[in-house]
Design a binder for this molecule. Structure first.
Ligand SMILES: Nc1nc2c(ncn2[C@@H]2O[C@H](COP(=O)(O)OP(=O)(O)OP(=O)(O)O)[C@@H](O)[C@H]2O)c(=O)[nH]1
Ligand SMILES: [Mg+2]
Length: 493
């Protein structure tokens, strides 16, 4: 990738649209565009282009006797006041795949190069117009599916993390300066370095970062949504429930046990909140080879679940097979606690919901009303008074589906608790790792100072902490990380 090239790409999504935008960026953008743009009357353009002015004209192919490709409008953003900080020309064509394809190949023929994914944003980053967090926020904003995700991306794009970190970086720099001074003037160290104050300052700094981390993890739930996995014996109606919740015939439903083999994931938005619903193969002991492979996949999905819907048959009651599955689900991470996962900081305690399906087949007219009321009577054996919510519903008749959706939205809110506030930033895994490492270094420094170790040790700890904060602010980043981030972009951004 050579940054002196002039690059070109279609900036709008593929397909038909009212307008399709071709974007050129680089030192020769104006010269390249001038070869292909004419006034509405077909005259060549004057040498001096007014910047930031919308102009009407024709896009022509000089190599094909000036064939008119489209009537267009175009805008020139003169360096450095453009998205990439280079000369940028945007040509607004009609949103036709044929026009856009021809326009790009024409501009490539005239000397531009096809842009790589994310190359426009990468140039903006390399020129210092955006920091790395803002560049990532651009990709997040483009991908945002819910209003919450959009809001988080815009906060980040407007410099969120860098602003939040400024005070922490300042505090760390001051602590380092005090330690360095104590190292340089060892005889006076007691006066220069008040270890108690330093420990208090570092502890406060660490608490602030830990809070940022916790809120960031919650905000990620708002952005990425909750993963809800349906699990249970074969034939209890998992696939029927998935279809009912989605409101469409997505999974095959059949009276033969073992119908679903592979897992099936589908995203939905309920009241603007994203959920990923995952249907899985029924779990049973005497399964054939293919079914067993399906069960392995089901178990892998269960490990990723935020919420497990344990589907049971109201007509069959609590069977020994259900008991075995329950033992498996509650093995390990908090599956049996039924708590909403509030207060969880590693982002992965799953919560369990019992779903008694097929109540339309019960001949009594009985039907539990509220969740809480249902819990005690509905939760058998190990669930009695355990706080695991239980719902009685019918996937095929549609009873209580709204209650189930409401319960799942409630779970999402619990996970994201506090993340609605404006100052919250959604952290990426990269941010989380850097923050965690920074907190570790601060802990080490505090314990070294507390144990009256030579101050040089704490100085080294703080030096590393400061490097992690720099990484977090998007200043020091390896080429591999950069490549990974920009490769997730679409071409034209
Ligand atoms: N009466 C009634 N039948 C249902 C209900 N839900 C599912 N069924 C029926 O139960 C049978 C099994 O449904 P599926 O959704 O395929 O069950 P599953 O749990 O996905 O089964 P596997 O994929 O084999 O693990 C089908 O014949 C469904 O029509 C319900 O609420 N009421
Ligand atoms: Mg199924």
């Amino acid at each position: 990738m050579q940054d002196t090239d002039t690059i070109v790409a279609v900036a709008t999504p593929p397909g038909e649209g009212g307008v399709g935008i071709v974007r050129l960026s680089g030192p020769t953008a104006q010269a390249v565009a001038a070869c292909a743009l004419r006034s509405p009357a077909g005259a060549a353009l004057a040498a001096a282009w007014p910047a930031r002015t919308v102009r009407v004209g024709l896009l022509v192919d000089p190599g094909a006797d000036g064939e008119v490709i489209d009537e267009v409008i175009f805008v020139y953003f003169a360096a450095p006041r453009s998205y990439t900080t280079e000369d940028v020309i945007e040509i607004h064509c009609h949103g036709s795949p044929a026009v856009l394809r021809r326009a790009v190949s024409l501009l490539v023929g005239l000397g531009a190069r096809l842009a790589e994914p994310g190359e426009f944003t990468r140039r903006a980053f390399e020129a210092g117009r955006l920091d790395l967090n803002q560049a990532e926020a651009v990709a997040d904003l483009i991908r945002a599916r819910s209003d919450a995700a959009r809001r988080l991306a815009v906060t980040q794009l407007r410099g969120g993390l860098a602003t939040v970190l400024a005070a922490s970086r300042q505090a760390l720099a001051s602590a380092r300066a005090r330690i360095e001074a104590a190292i340089d003037f060892p005889d006076e160290d007691l006066d220069l370095l008040d270890p108690h104050r330093l420990i208090a300052d570092l502890t406060q700094l660490r608490e602030g970062l830990a809070e940022l981390l916790e809120n960031g993890i919650r905000a990620r739930v708002l952005k990425e949504g909750l993963t809800v996995v349906l699990a249970g014996r074969p034939n209890v109606g998992k696939s029927a429930l998935l279809n009912a919740l989605l409101g469409k015939d997505r999974a095959i439903v059949d009276a033969t046990p073992g119908t679903t083999r592979d897992f099936l994931a589908e995203e939905v938005l309920w009241h603007g909140s994203p959920f990923t619903l995952v249907d899985t193969a029924g779990l049973r002991a005497d399964a054939g080879e293919v079914e067993r492979l399906g069960m392995e996949r089901a178990r892998a999905k269960l490990a990723e679940a935020d919420v497990v819907l344990f589907v049971l048959e109201a007509t069959a009651g609590w069977t020994p097979e259900d008991r075995a599955i329950f033992a498996e689900l509650s093995d390990g991470d908090g599956g049996g606690s039924g708590g909403g996962g509030a207060g969880d900081t590693n982002g992965h305690s799953r919560s369990l919901v019992l779903v008694w399906n097929k109540i339309d087949l019960l001949d009594t007219g009985w039907r539990p009303t509220r969740l809480g009321e249902a819990t005690e009577t509905a939760a058998p054996g190990p669930f009695a008074a355990s706080g695991v919510p239980a719902l009685w519903l019918s996937a095929t008749r549609g009873d209580a589906l709204d209650e189930l959706r409401a319960l799942l939205r409630e779970r999402l809110r619990e996970r994201a608790f506090g993340a609605e506030a404006h100052e919250v930033l959604a952290l990426t895994i990269r941010h989380e790792q850097a923050l965690q490492s920074c907190c570790c270094e601060l802990d080490r420094a505090v314990s070294n100072l507390g144990a009256k170790q030579p101050v040089e040790l704490a100085a080294l700890d703080l030096q590393r902490a400061s490097r992690f904060l720099g990484e977090l602010a998007g200043e020091t980043t390896s080429d591999a990380v950069l490549a990974e981030i920009f490769n997730t972009f679409c071409v034209g951004k």
